[in-house]
Ligand binder design. Structure first.
Ligand code: ATP
Ligand code: MG
Length: 575
């Protein structure tokens, strides 16, 4: 493709409202344009990248035995009504009326539709297992679309669904998909971690996220520096180290001390500085309101140096969310201001404590307005239900192997899930087993955010000047640049371009009548992996070969350019 003829509208300035690197660079590089909030179009370069990402995913799905289908994006409400999701999906669902007043919606995900596809025509255990997938636009009216392709309201997803005769077989399909995902993320050249996404409470791996590591990621994850344990902080298990109480710890007598102006844990520690009290000796107490038919107040306790993880707390309490109680509610319930709450006099309030709190010997805890208790001991001075409710992070130990954990930010690129019979039971999708008995099909679902992966790849591969595409997903593998004014330079560059194209190399040719400066800038910005710079040296029979990612440059004889490029493409997985 000749740049003089191509539609690649690059932009010099940083577009308004774009902050994340992927958003800025995909706009500036002429890859995407916004049509409306969270709605984007692919320009020619963007479409080439998307096609490559899609093709890798399709190849690996098919290699794993999955079959491609295409379901409608426009859906009658009846399917979501069957499972109750028409009501619970809320504002995220794009709802539509047709001309007769019938209810429709745009598909945010397709469990119901694929379950219906299977129940129509599948009868016997002999037809199982099946794995179906599609690559299709999804529609979600996200409350906060952000960062271009990262969180859109229309976005391309690969969604796959597995159907099996039993829970055990469903886990086999899950394992197959998990392997396929590894191959996909590796081939895309992404640095990722597979992250436990369920609490693991039922033992075993039934849900995992593929997280692409990036500073701008929305998700907080922790990963072990030694073994392969990694988890979303929403579910990360805390190591039990430090949660054991020394057996011979008798404890000094409980004492209530006036501690004016000590509302934060740090101020408390400073107040007791003479007595060697550290943050680890203090008990942080927070009061939460648990919504429900009968709203309930619950006190959560963690060690002073820790934070309550509200998602873990909510899960333990069997609810979707908890909210910090207001100052007024705390005053009404406990007769104190928020800064002096503690577990000793709670007037019967339910208390949930992290196991580390139970291990504190002679701790310090709030004791009502202007006071703290000294020598507080679990079991003797207060009781509590023990549950892991703290946030795990840097400095914690791995719950599997004990090595240090590290925290990262991540972008959720994919999510795999054993669904069980939730949809098949609700929709009566059954098969006849060997004895002729009808049983619900056991399902799994597996998503990848295709357009999000494109953005994530840029987050991981860029510098100030622009994108540095990994070879397997670059829109073009090579850009040939004619640098200078002389006709001979253009003639030599043209020859190189033609020769590369004849070899089937995906090559862009900057044949524009421009100065070298803007040509360099554009090449860096759009991020083609290999540059062939044909300039003054062409008269002596040489060109310069530059790798965009490393900046490495090498002088190559003009007639050696093609074989050198072909060698690099083979080495980089580009052929
Ligand atoms: P998130 O927590 O980021 O909202 P999700 O849990 O809603 O994701 P799934 O329903 O599991 O996501 O969808 C499968 C994949 O689709 C996700 O792993 C993610 O990569 C991608 N995805 C989800 N929502 C969006 C969106 N609004 N824009 C782009 N990609 C998305
Ligand atoms: Mg979501």
């Amino acid at each position: 493709m000749r740049l003089s003829k191509a539609f690649i509208p690059t932009i010099k300035e940083v577009p308004k409202d774009a902050v994340d690197a992927s958003h800025v660079l995909l706009l500036r590089g002429g890859y995407i344009r916004m049509v409306g909030s969270g709605i984007y179009e692919m320009l020619p370069l963007g479409q080439r990248v998307l096609r490559k990402v899609t093709e890798i995913i399709r190849e690996e799905m098919e290699r794993a035995g999955a079959q491609e289908v295409l379901m409608p994006a426009l859906l009658p409400a009846s399917y979501f009504q069957e499972t109750g999701r028409w009501d619970v999906y809320g504002d995220v669902l794009f709802r539509i009326k047709d001309r007769r007043g019938g209810d429709y919606h745009l598909g945010p995900t397709h469990e119901e539709i694929v379950t219906d596809m299977i129940r129509r025509d599948l009868r016997s255990y002999k037809q199982l297992p099946q794995i179906l997938f599609q690559i299709q636009m999804k529609y979600r009216d996200e409350p906060r679309p952000r960062a271009g392709l990262m969180r859109g309201r229309e976005f391309l997803m690969k969604d796959a669904y597995s159907f099996d005769v039993s829970e055990e077989k469903a886990h086999e399909s899950y394992g197959t998909m998990r392997e396929a995902y590894h191959r996909i993320f590796q081939r895309l050249g992404l640095d990722y971690r597979i992250v436990q996404a369920d609490s693991g409470a039922i033992g075993g791996d039934t849900s995992a996220e593929f997280q692409i590591l990036a500073q701008s990621g929305e998700d907080a994850i922790v990963a072990c520096t030694s073994c392969d344990y990694a988890a979303n902080v929403e579910v990360a298990e805390a190591s039990t180290e430090g949660a054991a109480r020394p057996e011979d710890a008798a404890g000094e007598p409980l004492e209530r001390v006036a501690t004016p102006d000590t509302k934060t844990m740090e101020e408390v520690v400073a107040f007791f500085a003479n007595e060697n009290v550290t943050l680890q000796d203090t008990i942080k107490a927070l009061v939460y309101l648990v919504p429900g038919e009968e709203p309930q107040f619950v006190m959560a306790l963690v060690r002073g140096d820790r934070d309550v993880n509200e998602i873990k707390l909510a899960r333990y309490l069997g609810t979707d969310e908890v909210h910090l109680a207001s100052d007024a509610d705390v005053r009404e319930q406990l007769g104190t201001s928020v800064g002096y709450v503690g577990p000793v006099d709670t007037k019967g309030m339910r208390i949930v404590a992290d196991p580390e709190v139970a291990a504190i010997v002679d701790g310090v805890a709030g004791g009502g307005d202007g006071h703290h208790y000294r020598n507080v001991n679990f079991g003797r001075d207060f009781d509590a239900e023990l549950a892991s409710i703290r946030t795990v992070g840097d400095g914690d130990c791995c719950p599997r192997c004990g090595a240090p954990l590290r925290s990262y930010r991540g972008i959720e690129g994919g999510h795999i899930f054993v669904l069980g019979t939730r949809y098949s039971s609700a929709m009566n999708a059954t098969f006849l087993d060997e004895s002729g008995k009808a049983r619900p099909i056991v399902m799994g679902c597996y998503g990848i955010g295709v357009t999000r992966l494109m953005a994530a790849a840029v987050e991981q591969n860029h510098d100030e000047a622009g994108i540095r595409w990994p070879l397997p997903i670059a829109p073009y593998q090579v850009i040939v640049m004619a640098l200078g004014k002389k006709a001979e330079i253009f003639a030599e560059a043209e020859k190189v371009y033609q020769a590369l194209a004849a070899e089937g190399v995906e090559v862009l040719y900057d044949d524009r009548k421009e100065r070298p400066g803007p040509k360099f800038k554009d090449a860096e910005l759009i991020g083609i992996p290999l540059q062939v710079r044909v300039g003054r040296d062409a008269a002596d029979g040489f060109a310069e070969l530059v790798e965009r990612a490393s900046g490495q440059a090498q002088k190559v004889a003009l007639d050696a350019v093609v074989p050198t490029i072909l060698g690099k493409l083979r080495a980089g997985g580009g052929r």
